[in-house]
Structure formats: C-alpha cells, structure tokens
Design a protein around this ligand. Structure first.
Ligand SMILES: [Zn+2]
Length: 250
C-alpha cells in the first residue's frame, strides 16, 4: 500500500515536473518563501507539483489563469502542509480563481421570520463541502496575498473534523488542553484589545469567532511569525506543533 503510494507519487512528480524558471518565479514573488531552507524548498516544490497534478485550479468570471498563476497559487497552498502531507487536503479538490473580489449573496431568516439579503464582496472563501474560492487580484497584491491563500486553507484544515470552529484535528502528540488554553487566552486578549481600541497584533477580523481566529492566527504564523511569537508565544508554540513547522527557527 505504502510502496504503491510512493510509486504513484514518484510517477506524478516525474510526469508533471515543473520547469525551473516557472517555479523560481513563483517562489520569488512571495517574500515569505525566503525563510525556507533548501530541503524545505524541495519539499514545497514536490507538494506544489502533486497539488497541481491531483487538484484543479481553474478560473471563473472570464479569468483564465496561466501556468505562472497556477504554480504561484499551488506554491502558496503547499506551505501550510509542508510539515504535514497532501492527504491533509483530501477534503477539497478545486481552487476557483476569480479575477478580483467576488460578490456573494447571503440570505437568512431572523427570529421574527423576516428574510434578510446581503451582498458581500469577498477576497476568499472556503466551502465546507466544496472548493476554495480566491481572488487573484488580491493574491497578487504582495504579502497580503499569501495570507489570503493560507487563511482559506487553514479553514479547510479546520473543517477536517467537522464545521470550522478553530479546533482542527490535533496530532496525538499534542495536548488538547494546552491548545484550548493558548487559543482561548489569545482570542480573549484580541477581542478585549479591539473593544478598547488598543493595538492588536493580529488582524481584527480574527476576533469574529474562533474559526476566523484560527485562520488569522495561521496566516500570521506563516507571514509574520515574529509578531505572533512576540505577542502570543503559547499560541505560536501550538501552531508549530500543529503545522510541524518552525518559521522562526530558520
Ligand atoms: Zn475566514
């Protein structure tokens, strides 16, 4: 079973090998890849190659992503699972790229039976039983763009054990209490800071609910690990244990 998987993997890597200039341009476009060592870069490239070979990255609303765009998105998507593996993405098969922020219509009924409609412009969204939707315009906008991809994929990891709630499936070696403690302390602190109008180390959107907090903490873990470690060291350690990466160690 394992050897068959390894064989299939090697075959996919051979057949779908990424041309060097294409790969180099993709990683050069995002400063957060700069901290990766040579072994990690190789693994990132393998995971991105497998991702491109086994999942779909398509355009919507008239956008037709070229190879450069697809490889850049695959490289960013591979970062959260660099210390895990591709099977952590078994719950999705498709990334849909919009040219720009896309509009989503929401409908809900309040306690009095009144139906409300709201139209929101989104940069990204992860559907529980479906694709990951992203705006290419926002991904291409520097460091924020890397955060956007990581954010939506963190939601997908969170959804591996049920609805997104800030509690993804932890490894057996991890302590659930330590996770809950670190997360609830940091979440409470962020909410209080925002309520007081104080400086917040994380994007205020993380104060929305525990699921958004996990996604915002994850994007900060990869894109600004110093800030996360300085303000919430316990949370940083828990994310190191979960992602099996230490962004500050290299
Ligand atoms: Zn979110």
């Amino acid at each position: 079973m394992w050897s068959l998987r390894a064989w299939r993997r090697r075959r996919l890597l051979r057949r779908h090998a990424l041309p060097e200039p294409l790969w180099q341009a993709a990683v050069d476009g995002f400063p957060l890849f700069g901290r990766l060592g040579s072994v990690e870069r190789l693994r990132l490239r393998e995971l991105a190659t497998l991702l491109l070979a086994t999942k779909t990255i398509d355009g919507a609303d008239g956008f037709e992503p070229d190879d450069a765009v697809r490889v850049a998105v695959a490289a960013l998507a591979a970062l959260p699972i660099l210390g895990l593996d591709l099977d952590w993405y078994d719950n999705w098969h498709e990334i849909v790229l919009y040219p720009d922020a896309f509009v989503q219509q929401q409908e809900w009924q309040d306690g009095g039976g009144v139906v409300h409609r709201q139209r929101r412009a989104l940069e990204g969204e992860a559907w529980p039983q479906g694709p990951v939707l992203l705006s290419w315009h926002d991904i291409a906008a520097g460091s924020h763009g890397a955060r956007l991809v990581i954010h939506e994929l963190a939601h997908k990891l969170d959804m591996l054990n049920g609805p997104a709630n800030g509690f993804p499936p932890l490894h057996r070696t991890m302590n659930r209490h330590a996770w809950t403690d670190a997360f609830s302390r940091a979440y409470t602190d962020l909410r209080q800071r925002i309520a007081r109008g104080d400086f917040a180390a994380l994007d205020p959107y993380g104060a929305t609910n525990p699921a958004e907090f996990f996604a915002v903490a994850s994007e900060t873990f990869f894109a600004a690990p110093q800030a996360l470690h300085a303000h919430y060291p316990q949370l940083y350690q828990q994310l190191c244990a979960f992602y099996r990466q230490q962004p500050l160690a290299v």
